[in-house]
Write a protein that binds this ligand. Sequence first.
Ligand SMILES: Cc1ncc(COP(=O)(O)O)c(C=O)c1O
Length: 381
Amino acid sequence: MIKVISNTNRGGAVDTSAYSFAATEDIRRLHTSLDAYDVTPLIELKNFKGVRSILVKDEAHRFGLKAFKGLGGIWAVYRFISRELGLNNPTLEEIFQHRDRLAEMTFITTTDGNHGKGVSWAAGLFGCKAFVFMPRGTVEVRAQAIRDAGSATVTITDLCYDDCVKYTARLAAENRWHLIQDTSWAGYEDIPAQIMLGYSTLAYEALRQMNYQRPTHIFLQAGVGSMAGAITAVFAEVFKDNPPRITIVEPVEVACFYETMRIGDGLIHSATGNGQTMMAGLNCATPCDLAWKILRHFAADAAVISDDVAADAMRQLAEHGIISGESGSAGFALANAALDSSNLRRALELNEDSIIFVINTEGATDPVNYDKIQRQMLSRN
Ligand SMILES: Cc1ncc(COP(=O)(O)O)c(C=O)c1O
């Protein structure tokens, strides 16, 4: 199932200059200085179901972490450490000269998987400690991937994502640990703002790969919306006079931006669904404040999709050689399913000239479920 709702709060002004190419140069300098850095592929699916093309940025290959999230985690941790050490844009070598100070720093975060991998990796790289907490229902393989990525001690709690965030914020305050959370709220904005800026590298890589040709549509999956907000800000900044048409995509049972647009009073609202979805990275019930400030003005609409729509997309992408996990497939899933429906084509203003940009935000981060979904195709054939 798919439903789409318009954003009646669209329009107005918001400053996206922090996401300009020039303003984000230091971020790219850090990312490209990392041994694990490589530009991730942009794959073009030409003449896909009657549109000119779908461009898929494949983040399954990012930093060996199988997801885009490390871009934000490493930048936020680097910037925090630089400030603590009183250094301005230091090289990694300059930071490594302060090993004793680094060993005293402890980071903490909540994650449904991929952000925690980024924080664990960053903490490990710099020789810091990290504690990562995960919501109930998390599969053990995601917890183990966080341990394997770096230095984090990982705990799966019996809390939902939102309560887990509150819990880690409290632990941070009590223990003087440093909270590296990828969502913002009143009074906690600097770190999430940096995490969002960290995602700009993905957008500028993609823009270069598409020779700065403007896509007509961008479908962005959202958990708390930090990624969608950041990517939107870059494209709004680059195509100031005519930004692409942006649609947010969420699981039907955890759809906080859909709910926010449905109520339409300009404020953020939490999801009301039952929280059951295999799209673990999108299982967040409350929008990130900073992301909504951007998406409120630029997103045309929000769509909800059910798990079977995501599963179809995972199989379709596999046929094109793209390994896409549950949350990773969601942006493409909207395109894949909407293009089969004349009503949805009309609602999303899709036609033969459309160029849709989507991000495969993760690879097979839950390999057991990934294989199960791919086998369902085989048995159906
Ligand atoms: C694979 C994947 N895609 C998309 C998202 C959504 O990002 P955000 O929470 O910034 O909306 C996440 C979040 O963890 C994720 O892990």
